[in-house]
Design a protein around this ligand. Sequence first.
Ligand code: PMP
Length: 447
Amino acid sequence: MSAHDLLYLVPTTVPPKVVRGDGVYVYTDDNKKILDGTGGAAVSSLGHGNREVIEYIKNQAGKVCYVHNMAFTNEPAEELAHMLVSRNPDVFARAYFANSGSEAVESAIKFALQYWQLRGEHERTHFVSRKQSYHGNTLFSLGIGKMISRRAPYEGVFPKVTSFVDPCYTYRHKKENETDEQYVYRLEKQLEDEFLVVGPNRIAAFIAETVPGAGLGCTPPVDGYFKAVRRLCDKFGILLILDEVMCGLGRTGTFHAWEQEGITPDIQTNAKTLAAGYQPISSVLVGHRVFKTFEESGTQLANFHTYQAHPLACSAAVGVQKIMARENLVQKVASTGKYLEEQLHKTFDSHPHVGDIRGRGLFWGLEFVKDKKSKQWFDPKHKVGALISKVGIKNGLFLNPGAGTYDGVHGDHLMVAPPYVITKEEVDTLISILAKSIDEAIASLPN
Ligand code: PMP
């Protein structure tokens, strides 16, 4: 048995073993150079091997690596909370740190539930979410999303407190000849109907990814969609949780993705680019409305993880966020993102199997179709997104495919979400390997 076998329950084809990373590239034990075109899972915003971030971690490690958050606070945790909250002092009052995106979502849900308990509205335990969403892997966060492939083994045990409405998915759901306003109106009406069917006084929160990643492949909302959502949540007093675990902290060309929507959330989650993969960490930013109720009742969130607000993780995040600000990386995402957008359109607009190219900033999705005119998918058994990803790795490019099957859609898409530090020349390399890999993968399919 090889060491590789110890990591998997059943035998798999051996994935490449990465031994080091440098900038936008990772290197395998057989010295293959792979462009990390999705920065892992839209994580590595600073690229790999950033010495400065490593120094932040080393520095903190020399002081103290761990203290228990229930008894102590620590310097980098305080500094990070200050950086995040003071950036939007009118919106957020508190920051809460956990270790993964799923934990952040679980915590956001608990904030919402406990908020209503404290307010005496004990009936408000229901959540409205969206089909084709992904909010995490732990049982509740999985249950509040619709990734069928990961839900399947546990389908019977999810708490029955979530209902699902359509996401804003222009390519497949917006009707021909329908204006953005008409489309938004249709989605708004559906959401309002759902609120009314469940009973608005039973609903704790509406949760959505501002720009969905894993489930829909970087599908930005049309103008006015989130304004309509915010309006409806306000009308019925329902909290709005925005899950920006993947799309937040600069990824779409603004620090928070909701800044482009003209709205603010009540609770927000972040994770991936918070410490850019140098340490595992996530955050929940708590808005004033929710905070005030906790403050008035003198109550803490009843949620404790052994490693929350971990000093090393917080020190990495402080370093990453300082570098982001100093190097104006959010603006860089917007400008390199424009270039990426142009190159994607120039190269793939006329490709017979690239049905849709959508995204924002450095967060782009390509959706693959068998037939462009009818938008017919490839046979799901071919897992075309995953196949192109695999061929890409062989050719020296990693792009994350849509992970699994969702309610009403299967993941024949790839996410192009490179590190914020990618150069235009590296974007060119990415596009040319991608073009080659798409053609090679599709040519290998049986007729
Ligand atoms: N929410 C969203 C929007 C995500 O994209 C993800 C991860 N892809 C999660 C939550 C879960 O994060 P994690 O894998 O770190 O638990």
